[in-house]
Design a protein around this ligand. Structure first.
Ligand SMILES: Cc1cc2nc3c(=O)[nH]c(=O)nc-3n(C[C@H](O)[C@H](O)[C@H](O)COP(=O)(O)OP(=O)(O)OC[C@H]3O[C@@H](n4cnc5c(N)ncnc54)[C@H](O)[C@@H]3O)c2cc1C
Length: 457
């Protein structure tokens, strides 16, 4: 049986950037296993699903992972897109962000970076503060949903002669002996052996990773679960800010519950999309680099970190999402005005609105049957504050899609080089709870690979 130097589980950005480091050296024998398919196959099935107006698992699994059909916004600020500041100091993180950003540039990302100059940023930050909102500084390189697959395919071109890649290879178990990793086993029963294993299964594989870490006795920290809605407004409502900052990151602390609520993944002139995970429909958004809708969408997410004895935030998030699916046969859309009047939205009421939904197959319904009181109160409070910052957001025509859920799952205990408590077993990316965006996912892969290279040498 062939033995590899390194096995990487998952071909998303974190797995790809792990592999890129090894590809720069000769003679590191690397195998990437991914449960999904090649990018061409994924593109075919995503196009077919677009014709049926349905979301498909291929959006998350396969070459490029969730990154392939993401909105392609590279967040270049260390405060955004993950928790890597817990593992390395600011200077090292900024250096690694520049390092991966250059790689995206070398593989076809645009040279344009969005971000306000200091004076403009301070002015907008002041305006936000007067509305009880905290504006986080962001610098963004926007690749665009349409360009992401090409850029990720370029990474595959770089890697194809240097690493072995197997698709349709869902890893079921990590093989460990005497607290040292030995390899992995797939659902089909194939075993692959290596000195090092890097687990990079993304959000779609977070639950699997939880189960594995529990089985292997690796301790973990609780991460929050973020639950909320996607808001869609006429793009003009926010254009005076999004034209400068592109994706303003705003935080709000709710008066009643003292919860943290934030805007997430703002897509100026973008589209709302449905996303399917383990048969559950949730909502997300994206925007193209050269195609514009009339609307801007963003998520409003309430962050909850549960305390003992409850330790299943992922199941909780899924439960809420399932409830929306149960009532709406998929994603529910509701006009804010209908929600405030205590009535459901109907096709007729949506048609009367001035915001035309960009997600066509959402079911008009009533989110108050889905979201717990606490989340609704938090979200409505933040919408009021946002309305003072950008008048028009609290309009009765504003559309709310539900639910949007971000599962960060349990975060395995990791060393500074992202090694688990099992020798030579590393965990990176969104699945390991260390990132929640393309750049930090990519950086986390580089961190693990650099440590492995030191040991191989
Ligand atoms: C619609 C959408 C839009 C987004 N937009 C942005 C954006 O604009 N900017 C941004 O920074 N981030 C964005 N993100 C988030 C970004 O895509 C992720 O942060 C990033 O892809 C995480 O990379 P990853 O490698 O950790 O995981 P993923 O990209 O999820 O890749 C994980 C891979 O592991 C594979 N896998 C999982 N389990 C197994 C298993 N058991 N065996 C084998 N393979 C397995 C999967 O098939 C997948 O290919 C978006 C996400 C979505 C869904």
């Amino acid at each position: 049986m062939k033995k590899y130097d390194v096995i990487i589980v998952g071909a998303g950005p974190s797995g790809i950037f792990t592999a890129l480091e090894f590809a720069k050296r000769d003679k590191v024998d690397v195998l990437i296993l991914d449960k999904g398919r090649s990018l061409n196959d994924r593109l075919d099935s995503v196009r077919a699903s677009a014709l049926n107006n349905r979301s498909v698992p291929s959006r998350l699994f396969g070459w490029g992972g969730a990154g392939a059909f993401s909105d392609g916004k590279l967040n270049l600020s260390p405060e955004v897109g993950g928790f890597l500041d817990r593992y390395l100091d600011d200077r090292s993180l900024i250096k690694l962000i520049k390092y991966v950003d250059k790689s995206y540039l070398d593989h076809g990302a645009t040279t344009k970076v969005y971000g306000a100059d200091d004076e403009t940023f301070s002015k907008i930050k002041g305006e936000a503060a007067r509305c009880n909102l905290k504006l986080i500084e962001t610098r963004i390189r926007h690749m665009g949903t349409d360009k992401c697959p090409d850029i990720l395919e370029n990474f595959r071109e770089t890697l194809k002669e240097k690493v072995e890649i197997k698709f349709d290879a869902s890893v079921s178990d990590v093989i460990v002996k005497d607290s040292r990793v030995k390899g992995v086993k797939t659902e089909k029963g194939n075993r692959y052996y290596a000195d090092f294993v890097v687990l990079a299964p993304g959000r779609g594989g977070a639950e699997w990773l939880d189960k594995q870490t529990k089985k292997l006795g690796i301790r973990s920290h609780m991460n929050p679960v973020d639950i909320g809605v996607r808001v869609e407004v006429p793009a003009i409502t926010l254009s005076h800010i999004t034209d400068i900052i592109y994706e303003p990151k705003l935080l709000y602390r709710s008066k009643y519950f003292d919860d943290k609520i934030r805007t997430f993944c703002m897509n100026p002139y973008g589209e709302v999309v449905a996303e399917v995970l383990d048969g559950i429909y949730t909502v997300n958004g994206h925007s193209y680099s050269d195609k514009r809708s009339d609307n801007t969408n963003f998520a409003l997410l309430v962050s909850t970190t549960f305390t003992k004895p409850f330790n299943e935030p992922v199941s909780y998030g899924k439960y809420i999402a399932r409830l929306a699916n149960f009532l709406g046969d998929g994603v529910i859309v509701q006009r804010l005005g209908d929600l405030l009047k205590g009535r459901r939205s109907t096709d007729d009421r949506i048609k009367k609105g001035i915001v035309i939904p960009t997600l066509k197959d959402a079911t008009p319904g009533d989110l108050s049957f889905v979201l717990p009181y606490r989340y609704l109160v938090d979200i409505l409070e933040m919408i009021e504050s946002l309305d003072r910052f950008a008048p028009g957001i609290n309009s009765g025509h504003t559309l709310l899609y539900g639910v949007e859920v971000k599962f960060y799952s349990l975060r395995p205990c990791l060393s500074k080089s992202l090694e688990t408590e099992i020798t030579n077993l590393f965990a990176v990316g969104d699945g390991a709870g260390v990132s929640r965006g393309l750049v930090q996912a990519s950086v986390s892969g580089v961190i693990a690979a650099k440590e492995i290279l030191k040991r191989i040498k």
